[in-house]
Design a protein around this ligand. Structure first.
Ligand SMILES: Nc1nc2c(ncn2[C@@H]2O[C@H](COP(=O)(O)OP(=O)(O)OP(=O)(O)O)[C@@H](O)[C@H]2O)c(=O)[nH]1
Length: 306
């Protein structure tokens, strides 16, 4: 191995080539002038084919515009400008095919160069692969928002969504109807068939919610055998037949489970945002009162807002 006999220029070139993350010299007009480093194909594609091209030659128009905008931002700020973005190999024309297959997330660290390159202002754009961190973030967010058993929104996320709808109601008067429902005599299912059978009943109920409702209806499991469906832009009159259909469909799906679901039904209560509500959760209290009425009236029914 050569050491002190290396020319400094060679050493410098070797160091730049060994940079763990690719560093692009990019001009204000979006021309790729040079690329250094990022040679590990587990993390990066070889970007050598981009040199001499413009972002608009190799990227979709909106992505290319975004790159130019961030370069401009860095040039104006004069400091280090940091961005996050995702790219798949198929988004970029001119990359070597060897390299990661999936969509990648990058942190771009953009530093202004204090000399002109090819007659233009330019930046050094270092693109670090942060895909593993992003995937972990997505997984953690899922875990903090989704109920593990049912796959529906959990209480925490439901209350957040409800608060957002309440803000819209307060500002624009946009209606929302909430359905709170639970499974009738669910304790008996657990007692007769065991906890796993009870879990299957909860999962089947969740599946019917996903199938029968609009994705904007945010079905959620509040806990135990209690579920909530938020129906934004929906009056009580419009919500009543939806809730009724859901009641029937859940009973049918549970019936299809055989002995564990035979004769198992749900009861529900409907309520809408009302003038005088101080917070989103007020609607859940009224819907819960209506659910209580449904239980007292003999179960297997929906009460409230008729
Ligand atoms: N299998 C299963 N059971 C659960 C879960 N969470 C709560 N439970 C059970 O759900 C049952 C809820 O029972 P109750 O609240 O008494 O209500 P119910 O038997 O449905 O009676 P009504 O609502 O009055 O018709 C309890 O036995 C809980 O132990 C769960 O995640 N899985």
């Amino acid at each position: 191995m050569r050491d002190e006999t290396l020319f400094f220029g060679d050493q410098l070139a070797a160091i730049l080539r060994a940079l763990p993350d690719p560093a692009f010299v990019l001009t204000r007009s979006g021309r790729y002038i040079a690329i250094f480093g990022g040679i590990d194909t587990r993390y990066y594609h070889d970007g050598a084919g981009l040199i001499g091209k413009c972002v608009h030659d190799v990227l979709a128009p909106d992505k290319a515009d975004w790159f130019l905008q961030e370069v401009e931002h860095a040039l104006h700020s004069h400091g280090l400008h940091i961005v996050e973005y995702s790219l798949a190999a198929c988004d970029v024309q001119g990359l070597e095919s060897e390299g990661p297959g999936q969509r990648l997330w990058f942190e771009g660290r953009i530093q202004v160069l204090d000399f002109a390159v090819a007659g233009e202002d330019a930046v050094l754009w270092v693109a670090s692969n942060i895909t593993a961190r992003k995937e972990l973030e997505v997984q953690l967010r899922m875990q903090s928002e989704i109920d593990a058993l049912s796959g529906l929104l959990n209480r925490r996320k439901l209350l957040q969504v409800l608060a957002e709808h309440y803000d819209t109601f307060e500002r624009y008067g946009t209606p929302l109807t909430a359905l709170v429902f639970d499974i009738d005599h669910f304790k008996r299912v657990n007692d007769a068939h065991g906890h796993l059978a009870g879990d299957a009943v909860l999962q089947t109920t969740a599946e019917v919610c996903r199938r029968e409702l609009r994705s904007t209806d945010a079905p959620a499991r509040l806990g135990g055998d209690e579920f909530v469906v938020l129906m934004p832009h929906t009056s009580g009159e419009q919500a009543a037949p939806i809730a009724e259909r859901l009641r029937q469909r859940v009973a049918e799906a549970l019936q299809a489970l055989g002995s564990i679901g035979a004769g198992v039904t749900i009861s529900g209560g409907l309520a809408g945002f009302a003038a005088g509500d101080a917070r989103g959760e007020d609607v859940l209290k009224r819907a819960d009162d209506a659910l209580y009425q449904a239980k007292r009236a003999g179960r297997n029914r929906i009460c409230g807002m008729r």
